[in-house]
Write a protein that binds this ligand. Sequence first.
Ligand SMILES: C[S@@+](CC[C@H](N)C(=O)[O-])C[C@H]1O[C@@H](n2cnc3c(N)ncnc32)[C@H](O)[C@@H]1O
Length: 353
Amino acid sequence: MDDRSFVAAQDFLLASKTFWTHRLYGELRKTYEEAAARAGAPLETPAEIAALLEGDTLYRYFAWLERHLQRFKYAGRYGLVPYHDERRAELSAVLRDSNAELAPELEMPAYYRRVDIHQHPGGVWSDQLDGYVYERGARSTTPLMGASHADLHHRFTDLVASRGVADTILDMGCGFGKSTHPFCQGFPKAQVEAIDLSGPCVALGAHDARAKGESNVRFRQMNAYDTDYDGGSFDLVTSTMVIHELPPTEIERLFAEAARLLAPGGRMAHLDFYAIDSPFARFIHYGHGRRNNEPFMQPWAEMDLHGCLAELGFTNIEVIPFQEAEGVGQRGDSAWRFPWTVIYAEKQPVDML
Ligand SMILES: C[S@@+](CC[C@H](N)C(=O)[O-])C[C@H]1O[C@@H](n2cnc3c(N)ncnc32)[C@H](O)[C@@H]1O
């Protein structure tokens, strides 16, 4: 497959996703509002909204397109998987200079093995080139038409940096390093540890860090809720788009591990999808979880976060709605968007423990 056909096909998918995000979602919301007004009583639950919309052709088209645009992105003649497979020898050679610390014997948790997350065939971990496939696919996940776009990862790092310094940082579930590089750059004096279950992802992250000249980072293949670091090793623990991929028990383990790893007075900041502002947004978000093979989206969004974190001894717990780009989500903007949220909390200083 030549580059031109591949890029043209992927651009077409991105344009279709943009149509879905803006036009189709806007129309669907209008359809919902009109039907809800006719129904007379307020609709509070996703099940009530599903009952209202299930026979609606526009809703079916919206849902079908969401699932299958993503599937086409990976598979089929111009998909990410065959494209990268054809370049296997060359890309594997590039990864050979990666100094990531791999753990080939690491046991992959059942929730991770069972589902092809995001419909990525085999998940983001089972093939040596999965970091590349994931990196290319991430470019068309959230099209932002007309928004001025400082990458959301940099906006998140800026928010965390605005609240204080850090000498030691742990990025849990770093993927191919997209969330890690902004921390390396935003906290140039810090030592950054980037961990992920996926060997192919950390291999690409370490390769890119070297290419970017980042010398303050180490990429390691490791389970975020079962690390080998000593207690109190970090003054900042962070994650980006990781928590919603875990079942509730593993989420609690991840927060407990963060509590163990933080030094007294340390803080944690997680960027994820949590604070949902309307019943319709909840209905759409839970549907997205199902259609995109992210089965824990709903239990995570319904978790008693304050209770869980307070029980682990965290203080100053905050749930902060997060604007992923300038101009997005403001009045009059009817486009679909994730319920981006920062979960922020501190570990008690030593004199209070
Ligand atoms: C949506 S990706 C986000 C990657 C990266 N943080 C970013 O912002 O691009 C979620 C990542 O979490 C990783 N992950 C899931 N469960 C994990 C666990 N228990 N420990 C470490 N990483 C995990 C996955 O392998 C995947 O790379």
